[in-house]
Write a protein that binds this ligand. Structure first.
Ligand code: BDR
Ligand code: CA
Length: 314
């Protein structure tokens, strides 16, 4: 089977790390690179987390640095925002510090060069703010025609987690999201109203630990951090980002509908809101396949099974 080439653009981030693990052990996919962006924590922590994780797993995947701030008026994370992802983005887990050097290219250039090399086959898993992708699109007029599909975690058909109407990834850099979503690239949006249903359990954590690999252990440790976080009033073990990857390789997990989507960049109350026209009221053509429902047990099984494929590499 020919593997589908992917770049993961992320703000790792506890749930980003679990999405990366799933992608690295998915038989359908070859991860060509991982690129880092300001978001859950500042970019200098994100890139270290990406590098330390791939090194721990013995995966020789290029890791590149990316945008340290949004395009215009969004949110610059100078350190970390709250305890959702812990002080350096990896919960309370301390990965060994890896020595690998970062790819010399900045994220937007790496994305463009890889898209050219892959001749239209490249897919992007975008699980942080969209700054790097917007920069690449602005710098390279032919890029949109070279990306097969974008699978992104961001926005919501209804609601938000930073404001009543804005989800974090979009709220951090709404202008970037507007550029990417309006680019004409085929894309699938996995938003907050669906990802908040994708909750992992202690049973899942036990199964991941039992697979006996570094990947299984890291995933189980991240879940254990999330359970503690939830116990102290924080977010549950929500798999926002892994669910966006599931859309790409386990599509039966999700029910999607084609909708017109845009991003509010000027609103006084609704800055960063994803405008999802589910009922075709605008008359504008659909530009995004939007996830509306998830089969949670199918997703949890897929995620555990996929990460446990690492046992086959021992
Ligand atoms: C998104 O924001 C981050 O906290 C998560 O990693 C996810 O990508 C959820 O709003
Ligand atoms: Ca993320």
């Amino acid at each position: 089977m020919e593997k589908r080439p992917f770049i993961i653009d992320c703000d790792t981030g506890t749930d980003d790390a679990i999405a990366i693990l799933a992608a690295l052990y998915s038989p359908e996919v070859e991860v060509k690179a991982i690129t880092s962006v300001n978001g859950n924590i500042c970019e200098r922590y994100v890139c270290r987390n990406n590098r330390n994780l791939t090194a721990l797993l013995g995966k020789n995947v290029p890791v590149a640095r990316g945008a340290v701030r949004p395009l215009l008026s969004g949110f610059v994370n100078e350190g970390h925002l709250d305890d959702t992802h812990g002080p350096t983005g990896f919960g309370t887990i301390q990965l060994p510090e890896a020595e690998q050097v970062f790819d010399p290219r900045v994220a937007s250039e790496l994305i463009y060069e890889t898209a050219v090399e892959e001749k239209g086959a490249l897919e992007l898993l975008v699980i942080g703010p969209m700054t790097n992708i917007a920069l690449a699109l602005v710098q390279h007029g032919d890029l949109a025609g070279l990306i097969r599909h974008i699978w992104f975690m961001g926005g919501a058909a209804v609601g938000g987690n930073v404001t009543p109407t804005a989800e974090f990834n979009i709220w951090v850099d709404p202008e970037a999201a507007k550029i990417v979503i309006g680019s004409g690239i085929p894309m699938t949006m996995v938003g907050l109203d669906v990802t908040t249903k994708a909750i992992m359990t202690r049973e899942d954590a036990d199964a991941l630990r039992a697979c006996g690999t570094p990947a299984g252990q890291v995933a189980a440790d991240l879940l254990a951090y999330m359970f503690t976080r939830n116990h102290s009033g924080g977010e549950d073990a929500l798999m926002h980002d892994a669910l966006a990857f599931a859309a790409a390789v386990c599509p039966d997990c999700l029910t999607c509908r084609d909708c017109f989507v845009d991003v509010e960049t000027h609103g006084q109350c609704a800055y960063g809101h994803t405008f999802v026209d589910q009922r075709g009221r605008t008359g504008k053509p659909a530009n995004v396949s939007v996830a509306l429902e998830v089969d949670v047990s199918m997703f949890r099984k897929w995620l555990v099974d996929t990460i446990c494929r690492s046992a086959g590499e021992k």
